[in-house]
Design a protein around this ligand. Structure first.
Ligand code: SF4
Length: 411
């Protein structure tokens, strides 16, 4: 886990040491404010003997003006700025690789954790729609993933650990900040319009950190995003879908990928624990939770098109039967093959025929445009490549050191 000091929530912090004590206990470990929700920050400032409204001020500096130096926070007294400088930091994960594609797609690989750390990736995909230019950021929630979906590059890397809230929200921070690097502080704005929790990892298996990060996304003192523009995508952790419905109002997407249990058990193994009937029922409950103002008017169904595996017209008919009572929009995703992938991408004709069958049955069904192919935008791929390069560089360094050692020992 991260080395950052975590400030407890207001209800459980009575026994906790003060922030000053926490910081002095470890000279090197400053409290990272980036991943704190407003409630946590208010609690933090109260413990410092300051007014709660300081939380909103600092949040705006961090998340709306992308300021990390307390000295630049001009509406805060010099004395408090000095105290914050001493106790805290505002720190996003380290960017170890970034690539901006010709088609506007941007991709980052972050190092998280101590020492050599672990790598996670984030991708931003721009698209024009009737509301203007959308910039959708696909955020990772875990290092690797334990669920081992058979078509997924991340699943092949295994599970390493959960990301902390500052590592999750830090991805959004870096993406927004990347458009503002040369803009004077007073003129900075937020560029990312949509977030999907659909990167590496299963977000509902890192529930608390993901929830806390989504609160920050929706908070007007931070990113102020519309609840309809924040989407959590899950492979189907049914009990957590119900919990999510109680805790926050965001859009829900399901990584379906198969229209029957037999095939889904193979492609998305968590289906053995929570089969389709349970999953669809949970989606119904999620949509029915609130009234008209909810972000939950429909569920987005994600369906990766695997050549000869799940892309026949019979599969389309099974989808139609499965989803007939669930308000849903279907997004067909042409598979992006990765090295040693056991599947191929369905042909364009097959994808269009599949889409037509669903559209004819009354579903809104779109085909995701493949973007960022020149930077390997499929989930998990870039991390694999950067890790490979790092390993190769390390092996090379080791070989050089060994050779030098041999030369030294031979005079
Ligand atoms: S598709 Fe999602 S849930 Fe499945 S292994 Fe990949 S990251 Fe995990």
């Amino acid at each position: 886990m991260s080395s950052e000091v975590v400030v407890s929530s207001p209800s459980t912090d009575e026994q906790q040491p003060s922030p000053a004590t926490q910081a002095s206990n470890s000279a090197l470990k400053k409290v990272n404010l980036l991943g704190m929700s407003r409630a946590e920050l208010e609690n933090f400032f109260e413990k410092l003997g300051e007014k709660k409204f300081r939380a909103g001020q600092v949040m705006k500096w961090m998340h709306q003006y992308f300021v990390t130096d307390f000295a630049e926070m001009t509406n805060i007294s010099g004395k408090l700025r000095a105290k914050l400088e001493q106790l805290c930091e505002i720190k996003a994960p380290e960017v170890v690789h970034r690539h901006y594609s010709k088609d506007g797609t941007r991709k980052w690989v972050f190092r998280v954790g101590d020492g050599a750390g672990s790598l996670v990736e984030t991708v931003l995909i721009p698209a024009e729609d009737k509301t203007g230019l959308r910039k959708t950021l696909c955020i990772s929630s875990q290092v690797g993933c334990a669920l081992d979906c058979s078509f997924c590059s991340t699943g092949k890397q295994g599970f390493q650990r959960d990301l902390t809230p500052d590592e999750i929200i830090g991805q959004l921070w870096v993406a927004n900040q990347s458009y503002m690097e040369d803009v004077p502080v007073a003129e900075r704005t937020r560029s990312v319009t949509n977030v999907v929790m659909m990167g590496m990892g299963e977000p509902l298996l890192n529930y608390d950190a993901v929830l806390s990060s989504m609160y920050i996304m929706l908070d007007d003192f931070a990113y102020g995003m519309s609840k309809r523009r924040v989407t959590l995508s899950t492979s189907g952790v049914v009990p957590k879908i119900d919990q999510l419905a109680q805790d926050i109002d965001v859009a829900l997407a399901i990584s379906l990928h198969a229209p029957n249990d037999e095939l889904r058990n193979e492609l998305v193994p968590i289906n053995k624990k929570y089969p389709l009937a349970q999953l669809i029922a949970a989606c119904q409950r999620y949509i029915n939770k609130d009234g008209n103002e909810s972000a939950r008017k429909h569920v987005t169904i994600e369906y990766v098109m695997l050549d000869g595996v799940n892309d026949s017209l019979e599969h389309a008919q099974q989808m139609i039967r499965l989803l007939k009572n669930l308000p849903s929009k279907i997004n067909l995703i042409p598979f992006n093959p990765f090295p040693h992938a056991p599947y191929g991408r369905s042909s364009r004709n097959r994808i269009i025929a599949f889409q037509k069958a669903l559209s004819d049955a009354g579903f809104v069904c779109t085909i995701r445009q493949t973007r960022g192919d020149d930077i390997d935008a499929a989930c998990g791929q870039l991390v694999g490549q950067v890790a490979d390069r790092t390993r190769r560089a390390e092996q090379w360094k080791k070989k050089v050191a060994e050779r030098n050692e041999i030369m030294r020992s031979h005079g």
